[in-house]
Write a protein that binds this ligand. Structure first.
Ligand code: DX5
Ligand code: ZN
Length: 226
């Protein structure tokens, strides 16, 4: 699951919701590693997307890793349903729960990989006492709630700082960057230390979007020291 190299996680948020099974097949054939599932509850963020019914319906049709990004308040209430729906990895927002340590433990107890997402204004130090519980950190490079927003360049030093910290841990932790990833910003994110690129509108919103998946995977060539 956490192989070396850059992983690409297309976000279904920008896919054709009337043809989700085909969309997932298309990204799988194009070489995607994970499928990123943006769950919004109309509370933590204003928009509402979908719940566990979507991954449950897609699970029999793809071997891709299901990367569930919960933009929901009180994510502890929904861990069981997403685990049952076939999520491989559940990422919760540090801003969305008063009990992040417990939530991460609950995810891992179910045998899933656990991730923490940081809104643009949230500093990396919020994770200082949580590293043993983390398989992934997700840096939001836009404010959560919608696809198609521009990448916030001030997030690059945050990615660099987290990458440096992760390299001191001695165990694999993925560093995912989510929001505004395209052919211009992907190399910047990778140079800063990103190991997973989430992309919605760039992959699903352009005629040549599927080709970007391979381009992203070779972005920046071999991993560069920051
Ligand atoms: C934003 C979501 C992102 C978003 C990415 O709230 O978490 O996954 O869909 O979409 P693009 O690539 O269009 O910024
Ligand atoms: Zn996301």
């Amino acid at each position: 699951m956490f192989a070396d190299g850059i992983k690409v996680a297309p976000s279904l948020l920008s896919a054709d919701f009337g043809r989700l099974r085909e969309e997932v097949r298309r990204i799988e054939e194009a070489g995607a590693d994970w499928v990123h599932l943006d769950i919004m509850d109309g509370n933590f963020v204003p928009a509402i997307t979908f719940g566990p019914a979507v991954p449950r319906a897609l699970r029999p049709h793809t071997g891709l890793i299901f990367d569930a990004h919960l933009m929901v308040a009180e994510p502890e209430k929904y861990l069981e349903s997403f685990a049952r729906a076939g999520a491989d990895l559940i990422t919760v927002h540090v801003e969305a729960t008063a009990h992040l340590d417990r939530v991460l433990r609950e995810i891992r107890r179910r045998g899933l990989k656990a991730g923490a997402a940081l809104n643009p204004a949230t500093p990396p130090e919020t994770l200082d006492y949580l590293w043993p519980l983390l398989d992934l950190v997700l840096v939001m490079s836009v404010n959560p709630g919608a696809g198609g927003q521009p990448f916030i360049p001030e997030m690059l030093p945050k990615i660099e700082a987290l990458s440096r910290r992760i390299r001191t841990l001695g165990r694999p932790v993925e560093l995912s960057v989510d929001g505004g990833i395209d052919s211009r910003t992907a190399p910047q994110a990778v140079a800063a230390g990103a190991t997973v690129l989430v992309a919605g509108s760039a992959v699903f919103g352009a005629p040549d979007g599927l080709e970007l998946i391979q381009a992203f995977k070779t972005t920046g060539g071999p991993r560069q020291e920051v």
